[in-house]
Design a protein around this ligand. Structure first.
Ligand code: CS2
Length: 504
């Protein structure tokens, strides 16, 4: 521990770092362990704000409990932003937990080093092949898994072709993980466990399937190895993490007395449900608040359909109604009522026998969405709708139609996505939110097409509901809501919805 004279000797100002910890104000929590004794056990791909507010905090708690073999090597697959911000800070950053009651700050120390894959792919492959690496965690967002419209690997993607031709300098998650697994096998090192923390349906099984497909494009034997010998537990991760703003940076610096180039903002709520399948061991996450289970499925569906489904609906309707943040949009009584209706359509699609307490869950969600201190931007959630809506909205809508139940709110939420895409360059700035399919979406989600033609073009493009007998019914319903949204925005669409409800 630094002495009190060290405390006095640290000059005010400067940058967050190991050396600056001792001089931080006493109310700011700092890592409760000697960071230099920690060794790496986890490589994390996609070291963005979400992971730093979620998994890295669980690991930080495990390190403080004495499990010092589980430090994190963080890697970015695209930009150098996080490394540039955190490397000069010895990997340290501030977690700001914000609510109406104020802000609590904590310094997290579990990230030991940072890599930028495009700058040095070999360094990342070395870290992944290191026998000390027993778990690889991922938060790379839905689109980074390169799924084609039918859910299989998009083998025609140029990055996949690149990775097959250049296994030593890959670009994709598949390229990195499969090459590292091949190297581990060649050197007699047990495969790491792959733990995806992205909001994909059945995320472990989905990533496993994609990775087996990719390995099969390299060689059949490698595909067999991935299939038989590598564990891909599923997880449900949950914490709302808005993008950090310059005002957040300034406020945090003021409280710390030193600058933190990239603090992370979040809410008090935090949940992690993990399928317990880690052949090379794992930190005792259950001792620090995670729930280890045999089957994540019901929790995952509840989260994707109730939290994320409502989030996307709030985002698109909020954008159309001129609300910049989730709390403002959710505070709009018409949107609030709409979300209740959406929940009542989605809840019956969840397994009734899994012990899920949906009433408590939605009550808690309503409080979380109302958090006035988060300023979670609707435009942030609106990104990548083509990757998010199947698991958030379409699956619940198809389940409702299958059971002969109404799915009008779900269809309206879907229509709001199309309407918000159409509004870009009109009532919303051009690239107010983005999507990997933007180029093609520009031609499909457009007011030059009649609502039914626009909806059909979007369904054709995305492959949504392709195999479902209820595809046409869903498209018809989406088109009629799109028509109301075009005519009079959310207010008109809610009005039609209410009329439909009263005449049923
Ligand atoms: C949000 C999620 O941006 C989005 O699409 O719905 O990031 C959401 O905040 C998290 O999944 C909450 O756990």
């Amino acid at each position: 521990m630094p002495s009190s004279s060290d405390r006095r000797a640290t000059p005010p100002g400067g940058r967050l770092s190991d050396a600056a910890l001792a001089a931080l104000p006493a109310e700011i929590a700092v890592p409760g362990y000697e960071r230099r004794t920690v060794t790496p056990g986890i490589v994390h791909l996609g070291v963005g704000a979400f992971q730093r507010a979620h998994q890295a905090v669980y690991v930080d708690d495990c390190l403080a409990a004495g499990e010092t073999g589980w430090g994190i090597v963080g890697a970015s697959l695209r930009s150098s932003g996080t490394r540039d911000a955190l490397a000069p800070q010895d990997g340290l950053y501030t977690l700001a937990v914000r609510s109406g009651g104020g802000e609590r700050l904590r310094i997290v120390g579990s990230i030991l080093s940072l890599l930028v894959a495009p700058e040095n792919p070999s360094a990342l492959l070395d870290a992944l092949s290191d026998p000390r690496t027993r778990i690889v965690t991922l938060t790379v967002t839905e689109k980074a898994y390169l799924r084609a419209a039918d859910g299989s690997l998009d083998a025609a993607h140029s990055d996949i072709a690149h990775d097959l031709a250049n296994p030593d300098a890959p670009r994709t998650v598949h390229g990195f993980l499969v090459e590292a697994l091949a190297r581990r096998r060649a050197s007699g090192t047990q495969p790491f466990t792959v733990l995806t923390c992205d909001n994909l349906p059945a995320n472990g099984a989905t990533v496993r399937r994609l990775m087996i497909e990719f390995a099969g494009l390299r060689d059949a034997d490698l595909a067999r190895h991935v299939k038989q010998d590598v564990a891909f537990p599923s997880t449900m991760v949950d914490r709302i993490v808005p993008a950090t703003t310059d005002a957040d940076r300034a406020r945090v610096a003021q409280s710390l007395g030193v600058e933190d180039a990239w603090p992370v903002m979040t809410e008090p709520f935090c949940q992690w449900v993990v399928e317990d399948n880690f052949p090379m061991g794992r930190p005792a996450w259950e001792k620090v608040g995670a729930t280890m289970v045999d089957d994540v499925g019901p929790y995952e569906d509840m989260k994707l359909r109730l939290l994320n489904g409502a989030h996307s609906a709030i985002a698109y309707l909020g954008l159309l109604a001129g609300h910049e943040t989730v709390d403002r949009a959710f505070g709009d009584p018409a949107i609030r009522r709409f979300v209740d209706g959406l929940w009542s359509e989605a809840i019956p699609s969840l397994p009734g026998d899994a012990g899920l307490d949906t009433r408590r869950y939605t009550t808690e969600l309503a409080e979380r969405f109302s958090n006035p201190a988060l300023a979670h931007r609707t435009a942030q959630i609106a990104n990548d709708g083509s990757q998010k809506l199947p698991q958030r909205i379409v699956n619940s809508a198809l389940a409702a139609l299958e059971a002969g139940r109404p799915a009008d709110h779900l269809a309206l939420a879907f229509a709001a996505w199309i309407a918000a895409c159409e509004a870009r360059g009109r009532s919303l700035p051009d690239r107010h939110f983005t999507d990997p399919l933007d180029e093609a979406l520009g031609a499909a989600a457009t007011r030059t097409l009649a609502p039914d033609a626009a909806v059909r073009a979007v369904f054709d493009l995305t492959g949504f509901a392709a195999a479902s007998p209820h595809r046409d019914a869903l498209m018809r319903s989406v088109a009629s809501h799109l028509s109301s949204l075009r005519a009079g925005g959310p207010a008109a669409a809610f009005c039609t919805l209410q009329q439909a409800g009263t005449t049923e």
